[in-house]
Design a protein around this ligand. Structure first.
Ligand code: BDR
Ligand code: CA
Length: 308
């Protein structure tokens, strides 16, 4: 089992990505660090703790709070899409404790890199602020990790915030620049790939219906907003941006990869540049295989407690 640290800003698709990760025997989620992005960092933490209480993964990962805002600019959130609370604004989540402010996310990332070195995979599902702060703390130690899988960027396709920029890169371009410049074993999962990873609402409903219970009902309820907005925008379903990043962590053969050099533009554009490659980028995705894997893991028909 590969030890994994997930940095995240839940977010509906982040939540689905965490649930996928917790149901995947190939990895052990050691720690979850929160970052401001889709919602403020406090709300991101609340959502991680809500999801932990809902799914109760074993072992329970350490949760650490991260940056409250980007390195050098004001925070832009995505509450229009994810809801004011980041998880579709459902009224009836149980009350949960806030995430403690210590240890902080950057220290937890450095510590995990120090303990696991090449064994560790770092998965970043939000703006790259915490990863950049961890590099600032100890670039040599962070540079030892085996893989850094990042959901972000729009390389040869339009962006989703500006005509050319994707949300995670747009929120903190300075952090993205530092991460791309750090010589990490970087695997970028941009909109080029995630727009192929579209989950139809009917497929999700059918899969959840096969493993009924409180977990399935809650997943359906918080995902509904994502489907509603996607359909209002003329999409066939919800793009599973962050779950695809977790899935390629488990199985890189779900995508075809291109090794490239990218630079970050002033608004977070991910621009092809000349010179030595600094990452590999997921391009063509085996979408059917990915959706099957996602639904099988999220909605197993026989998980103990699924219907209790
Ligand atoms: C990314 O932006 C966020 O809204 C999603 O959670 C995902 O990480 C997609 O552009
Ligand atoms: Ca995210």
């Amino acid at each position: 089992m590969t030890p994994v640290l997930i940095d995240t800003d839940p977010g509906i698709d982040d939540a689905l990505a965490l649930l996928l990760a917790w149901s995947s025997p190939e990895i052990r989620v050691e720690a979850i660090t929160t970052v401001a992005g889709n919602v403020r960092v406090e709300a991101a933490g609340t959502n991680v703790v809500r999801l932990l209480a809902l799914r109760r993964p074993t072992p329970r990962p350490l949760v650490a709070a991260g940056a409250a805002g980007p390195l050098a600019r004001a925070l832009t959130t995505a509450t229009r899409y994810h809801g004011e609370d980041g998880l579709g604004d459902l009224a009836d989540w149980p009350v949960v404790e806030p995430v403690p402010t210590s240890p902080d996310a950057a220290s937890v990332i450095v510590d995990a890199a120090r303990r696991h070195g090449r064994e560790l995979t770092l998965v970043a599902l939000g703006p790259l602020t915490n990863v950049a702060l961890a590099l600032k703390q100890d670039a040599a130690v962070v540079g030892r990790v085996g893989r850094v899988v990042v959901m972000g960027g729009a390389v040869d396709v339009p962006g989703n915030v500006t005509p050319a920029a994707e949300f995670n890169m747009h929120v903190d371009p300075e952090a993205a620049h530092r991460v791309l410049a750090a010589g990490l074993p970087l695997e970028l999962v941009p909109l080029d790939a995630t727009r192929q990873a579209v989950l139809p609402r009917a497929g999700m409903r059918a899969a959840l219906g096969r493993s009924p219970g409180p977990l399935a009902s809650r997943i359906q309820a918080f995902s509904e907003r994502g489907f509603r907005i996607a359909h209002a925008e003329g999409e066939q379903g919800m793009a599973l941006h962050d779950p695809l990043a977790v899935a390629v962590t488990l199985d890189p053969s779900l995508a075809k990869w291109e090794t490239v050099r990218l630079a970050v533009g002033p608004d977070g554009e991910t621009l092809r540049a000349s010179g030595a490659p600094n990452c590999r980028v997921a391009k063509a995705v085996d979408a059917d295989r990915f959706i099957r894997l996602f639904l099988d893991r999220l909605c197993p028909t026989s998980r103990p407690g699924a219907s209790s």
